[in-house]
Structure formats: C-alpha cells, structure tokens
Design a protein around this ligand. Sequence first.
Ligand SMILES: Cc1ncc(COP(=O)(O)O)c(C=O)c1O
Length: 362
Amino acid sequence: MSLGEIETPTLLVDLDAFENNLKQMVTDTIGTNTSIRPHSKAHKCPVIALRQISLGAAGICCQTVGEAEVMVKSGVSDVLVTNEVVDERKLRRLTALGKDATIGVCVDHPTGVKSLDDAAVANGTQIDVLIEVNVGGDRCGVDVGDSLLSIADQITRSRHLRFRGLQAYQGKAQHLRQYQERKAAIEHSTRIARSAVELLARHGTPCEIVSGGGTGTYPFEVGSGLYNEVQPGSYIFMDGDYQLNCHKTGAAGGCFQQSLFVYTQVISLPRRGTAVVDAGLKAMAFDSGMPTISDMPSVHYRGPSDEHGILDTGYAACGLELGAKLKLIPGHCDPTANLYDHYVVIRGDRVEAAWPITARGY
Ligand SMILES: Cc1ncc(COP(=O)(O)O)c(C=O)c1O
C-alpha cells in the first residue's frame, strides 16, 4: 500500500527516522557505564520495546501495571515500573509478574513498602525495589534524610523485596529550553542523588542502581559518574515540544529526527486563507500546544475542535487542495500515541507494517 491510500486521521511512524533515533541513543551510551532502559510510556507498543531490547537495552521502564503486564506477556523479561503503586489489587497484579520476569518498582513511603511486600509474599515472588528520591522534580519521592534510611532498612528486612538502589528522575528538567539550564538542573539532581547514595552507604546499604534521565537530559546523567541507567522515552519519536530544546550549539532540535506524525486530510476549503482538516482534539494531544505541519512552515494549525482542525493557509496560494493529505507533528508524543490502536509504519511512501499499541491500560 502507498501512504496516499491510508485513511485519516492515522498515526504514522517514519521507519528511517525512527531507526536513526534508536541507533543514535545506543551510540550516545557506548563506552559509558550507563545502560539504557527506555521508557515504554512513550510508545506503549511491545514491538518497539522488543526492538529496543534487541539493540542492547537493559530492560524496559513502564509507568503503569497495565503496561508492565503487556510487556511481560510479549516477552520483555526485565521491567521497572518507575512509579509508586499502592492499590492492593494492582500490587497483586504487579508482583504476580515476578513469576515470569524480573520486576522492579519504586517506593517512597513505608506503607507502600509493606503493601508491596505483602503482595509479593502472597504471590511467592521476589521484587526489585528502587527508592524514589526527590531530586528537584517535586513529584513523587522522599527527601534525603531519616525517612530514606528507614525505608531502605524496611526493604532490606522484607524477605520478598530486594533493595537495588535509587530512582532519581528529574522530570521538570527535560524541557528546559537552554542546554546550560538542563545541565545545571541535572548537576543539582546529581548532587542530591549522590548525597542519598552516600548516606545509605554510611548506613551499610549500598546502591547498585541509580536510574533517571529522559530525552532532554540523558547526556548529563550519562556523564555524571553516578547514574548507571537512563530512561529516555520520547527520543524514538520526538515531538513539537522537544524540537524546541536547544543544544550545545544554541540551535534548536538535535540529533533525533521527527518520526511520529498524525496523518490528516483537508476536508473543507471554506474561505480564502482557511483549510479544515480531519484531525482535532480526538486525534492528538494539545497540552504542549498546536501541531506544526511537516514541510509546510507557512501553514499554521490554528485550533482544534473534536474532529476538526482549522489551518491558516495564508492568502498566497499554498497549493492545498481538497483531499490533500498532510503530516502533522504533534506537540507531545506520549499522550498522542495513547489515542491510537496502532502505528502505521512507513518507509518513504510505502506502508511496511502496522504495530499494535496494546499497552494503554492501567
Ligand atoms: C519516570 C520517567 N522516566 C523517564 C521518562 C521519559 O522521558 P522522555 O519521554 O522525556 O524521554 C519519563 C517521562 O515522563 C518519566 O516519567
């Protein structure tokens, strides 16, 4: 099938750009002591997770128990849930996965540790545990101090839990626009994470793993001398927001290419200067702003409604005809991918595959 035959709206993955991105991340970590554990929250697709593993990823990160279940069922043998799970039923589901795979999860509260251990005991499994430390993201995570020590102590005394180290992810730093701002934020995070490692070591609890980092900051975690695992997700696809991050040279963009597009069709040319496409609120996420239009910098996506998108085409003829199909670059890749049942995978103008997006549950 050729691309033009595909019905819209559809989520496209450009295979050449996607494969470039996979290889680029491997290249950036070769010769370092940092493993890649890509985050599957970006794609929710076992086909992609298995490709990442075949290129040397140590395992996969998941954000939800539902994602972890699908990944394990699809053959991923090492999963870290980079989140706190406290619901009793979810903990039962999560710890049951320990029968078939190495399962890790984050904790930041003694009650959570107790519930996790109870569930692991009930399932007869052993679960790896990372304590999440607040390294400046101000989301989940304990501060460095007595509660960190007492949670570590509780984990080491739990027979069905294995203390492995720290989750030290700084989410707020990922989209800081300037290279130096991101660098400074991760230097700060590294100082906090290092103080946690040193405190635990003084109390006889060594950390094997310090994990964190995303697409925006992973070079700094890799170069920190402390982090030995990074968790990038969006690098495989990129999006409008990440394209705005500036790199060392000061230029926006970087070595990753845009590989994710929402394919859409012009369904109306109601007035001069306006075109209407069939991709609106239900076709992509708008939390990071409007999409841009690939290869058409003079056409602007002005606003969505449920099934419509209004384009300002300008009064000069921009060549958009009724029925024309366009590639939109969404502002934010993760919540956009979460809206579709599969990726339509293209190489050039040929459709090569459909990859199911099966790990969207909680
Ligand atoms: C815990 C954690 N690790 C890694 C990532 C991956 O970040 P990115 O998609 O920006 O690479 C995220 C994204 O939100 C995250 O929450």
